[in-house]
Unconditional design. Structure first.
Length: 589
């Protein structure tokens, strides 16, 4: 894009943006003639994708700011009015809006709520920061038709984002996501209303405790052994960090009401969008847990817990046999929770005749074997909790199987059907109970995990993310996926690739026999490739839906033989290291 075109778009933005800070940023860039920065802010519109919006905060069409949020919400409102014409005519459309602790989250959330109100949609706006799972709960509790949460999850401080939800409390999926995107891209005029007017007309309602209290009650009801907690709660000490996000309010309240000892990392307890003590507020990253682990060692904690800024993810660490803390991966905790839920339902007589759990296609294969050991089914779906929610919803409509749990490798867990998104708060409560249960049996979580490995074999996973930033990034990513699709590697890590699942084209391909192609239609189309290796290892590749990167996942199994777990772990690690080298070579890393 040449300078004149960039300047023209920048001036159009300045004329429309009412927030002086964002408008001022662009004006300063024009005055200083910083054409590189201006080009990056205006060469495209920040894309409203299937997951909503996510981007760097700042002025410009390719940034997260008030104007972009308003435009996106106008498109969502237009789609809603068309989707529910009777409700639109009656004036009974409703929406819930929540936000996390990030910079501008409160302003963006109010701006979105007021756009909804201006379009005749009653907006229920939380009075202060709240977790994403509570937004899902609010949609279902209030009978809303849509919902919005302003968050960029665990991204660095310079990011913010916006996720759209449907009336079942889950993030939008086809055809709604595609319809919303079309309306967002077609927006030319934005309807607006003043806050005071919206409140006076009943089009804006501020909510908090009327949702907070039922949500906390629901989390407590989802526990299996209240009597055990009542008798032995004092035996488990928990160190917790919300990583400057939304989690402390509910995690402290729920666990504290159960009599559990919760010590919150003081430096990270309050919401702070600058995330001053961490580079990445991500419970998947060991550095983010540094302060919590230090406090855990100092206090002799039985478990360290961390939720991300919008409290939909949970990461934990537990004492190991050497006196240090071991980080538990999302795959491992997801498996431990699956085991505990199935075991508890068996023991309490609440196991459905046909029970199922749901996980994503890039989650550990260990969970399928575990579910089968309990006589249950493990249903796979695309990556993203909206797809887990979709399977859950369809199973309810069909009546069988009965889904009792959903999880994905990226530290997401859902243990209740009152919410249709991953829930770090309820996962924290159930993890606390699970820790107490195994302690009452003389075992740690690591002990139980080792027992499960002897049932399913030892499993180890690996993730690789390769970023492609800038205007050329999307084309480079597309080229990499096309190369893999056209010429799938016959070998990865020295192991033969038996077959490839191309989820976008809904086919199986066989590298050893390129002319052999078989249809497979059990998943919605998505730009995902999965390489099934001869030893049972699965390697997956998919472009991220929210960031300029391709993510690779590998899930590797090794038999636990005469050499024990130690030998199995070495075997799996060697396989994964070889696979990682091959992927790095292929993507030029």
């Amino acid at each position: 894009m040449d300078k004149d075109a960039v300047l023209a778009r920048a001036k159009t933005y300045i004329a429309k943006e009412k927030d002086p800070s964002f408008r001022g940023e662009v004006e300063k860039l024009i005055a200083s003639e910083d054409w590189d920065e201006l080009a990056d802010r205006f060469y495209q519109n920040l894309e409203f994708g299937t997951g909503g919006l996510r981007g760097v905060i700042g002025g410009g069409y390719n940034r997260m700011n008030t104007l972009v949020v308003k435009s996106a919400t106008q498109g969502l409102a237009a789609y809603l009015l068309n989707a529910f014409p009777d409700k639109a005519a009656e004036g009974t459309l409703k929406a819930a809006v929540a936000f996390d602790s990030r910079r501008y989250s409160a302003q963006f959330a109010e701006a979105a709520a007021l756009i909804l109100a201006a379009n005749g949609i009653r907006a229920y706006l939380f009075s202060a920061l709240r977790p994403t799972p509570e937004l899902s709960f609010a949609i279902r509790t209030l009978g809303c038709d849509t919902g919005i949460v302003v968050t960029a999850s665990h991204n660095p401080a310079q990011y913010n984002g916006y996720k759209a939800y449907w009336n079942d409390g889950s993030q939008v999926i086809p055809p709604h996501d595609e319809g919303i995107i079309r309306e967002v891209n077609a927006v030319t005029d934005i309807k607006e209303i003043e806050r005071e007017t919206a409140l006076a007309k009943g089009l804006l309602k501020i909510i908090d405790k009327e949702i907070d209290e039922p949500y906390q009650d629901m989390v407590r009801r989802r526990l299996f052994r209240p009597q055990l907690i009542k008798e032995k709660a004092g035996e488990v000490k928990i160190v917790y960090t919300p990583l400057h996000g939304t989690g402390a309010f509910h995690v402290e309240a729920v666990l504290g009401s159960l009599g559990l000892k919760v010590i919150t990392v003081p430096e990270q307890r309050e919401g702070d969008g600058e995330f001053p003590t961490v580079s990445f507020p991500n419970p998947e990253e060991a550095p983010a847990l540094k302060l919590a682990l230090e406090l855990g060692k100092k206090t002799g904690a039985d478990v360290v817990m961390a939720t991300d800024p919008d409290a939909d993810r949970l990461g934990i660490a537990v004492p190991d046999r050497e006196g240090d803390f071991a980080l538990v991966t999302g795959n491992q905790l997801g498996t431990l929770l699956a085991d505990y839920i199935f075991l508890s339902r068996k023991e309490t007589g609440t196991m459905p005749e046909k029970a199922a759990m749901v996980n994503s296609i890039v989650t550990t294969g260990m969970q399928k074997l575990l579910a089968q050991s309990y006589g249950a089914e493990c249903v796979e779906c695309l990556t993203g909790f909206k797809w887990i929610a979709d399977v859950w919803r369809k199973s309810e409509a069909a009546g069988s199987p009965v889904v009792v749990y959903g999880t994905e490798e990226s530290y997401g867990y859902l243990v209740e059907n009152e919410v249709r998104d991953k829930d770090g708060v309820s996962a924290a409560a159930l993890t606390a109970e699970m820790t107490l249960y195994w302690r009452s049996k003389g075992k740690s979580l690591l002990d139980r995990l080792d027992e499960l490995y002897h049932i399913t074999g030892y499993w180890q996973e690996m993730g690789i993310s390769k970023y492609f930033k800038g205007p050329q990034g999307p084309a480079i990513m597309k080229g990499i996926m096309e190369n893999y699709r056209k010429s799938p590697p016959p070998v990865l890590g020295g192991i033969e690739v038996e077959k490839v699942r191309d989820v976008l084209d809904s086919v199986w391909k066989y590298p050893a026999n390129p002319s052999r192609v078989e249809a497979v239609e059990n998943l919605p189309k998505s730009d995902v490739l999965q390489f099934y290796l001869k030893d049972g290892t699965v390697v997956s590749a998919r472009p991220s839906g929210t960031e300029p990167k391709i993510k690779f996942y590998a899930s590797c199994r090794a038999e636990v033989g005469p050499g024990g777990l130690g030998a199995a772990k070495e075997e799996a690690a060697e396989k994964l290291a070889a696979i990682k080298r091959d992927i790095a070579k292929a993507i030029g890393d």
